[in-house]
Design a binder for this molecule. Structure first.
Ligand SMILES: C=Cc1ccc(O)cc1
Length: 161
């Protein structure tokens, strides 16, 4: 578990969506979405349930202010993850409403999830390939500290960021 805490990972789902996550501590993540239907969205200090299922394999699961539920399995030693994402109907219909630095728009997310329909949900079930991983220490506020931009992943991978 100590190896996983503090990790920054960038991974591309088989459907092409590119995500970045920072495992900030034993119950907190930050993440950034680099591409996909909600590309541009980023979130800090999301509370999660994090468990080590078996040595080297981790599950991270949470429910978001949007009503979206997420359960991710990380296999860092195999450069693989698997994600189950349960989108309420409104996020599927209005994905761009969620594209923001969510921490500044929690009230807007709560209003939208009450105002728009939840059901039927859309479940996205995808494997991904981890293309980058590095240890950044626990509770490092500098890992995910700005909005995603075109070319950011390259800047991270080449050490410019
Ligand atoms: C909806 C959030 C979300 C964050 C990370 C990830 O891999 C999938 C979904």
């Amino acid at each position: 578990m100590q190896d996983f805490l503090g990790m920054q990972l960038i991974y591309t789902y088989d459907n092409g969506w590119e995500y970045e996550i920072y495992i900030k501590n034993e119950d907190t993540i930050d993440y950034r979405i680099h591409s996909g239907i909600v590309g541009g969205r980023w979130v800090r200090n999301q509370k999660v349930n994090l468990v080590e299922l078996t040595p080297g394999i981790f599950k991270v699961a949470w429910t978001e202010p949007t009503g979206t539920d997420v359960s991710l399995d990380f296999m860092p030693n195999k450069n693989k993850t698997h994600g189950e994402i349960f989108f309420p109907k409104w996020v599927d219909e209005h994905p761009k409403l969620t594209v923001c630095y969510q921490n500044d728009f929690i009230d807007k997310m709560h209003k939208a999830r009450n105002q728009y329909p939840t059901y039927p949900k859309t479940v996205v079930s995808e494997f991904s390939t981890i293309t980058f991983q590095q240890h950044r220490g626990i509770n490092n506020e500098n890992v995910i500290a700005q909005a995603p931009y075109q070319g950011m992943v390259n800047d991270i991978k080449t050490g410019k960021l």
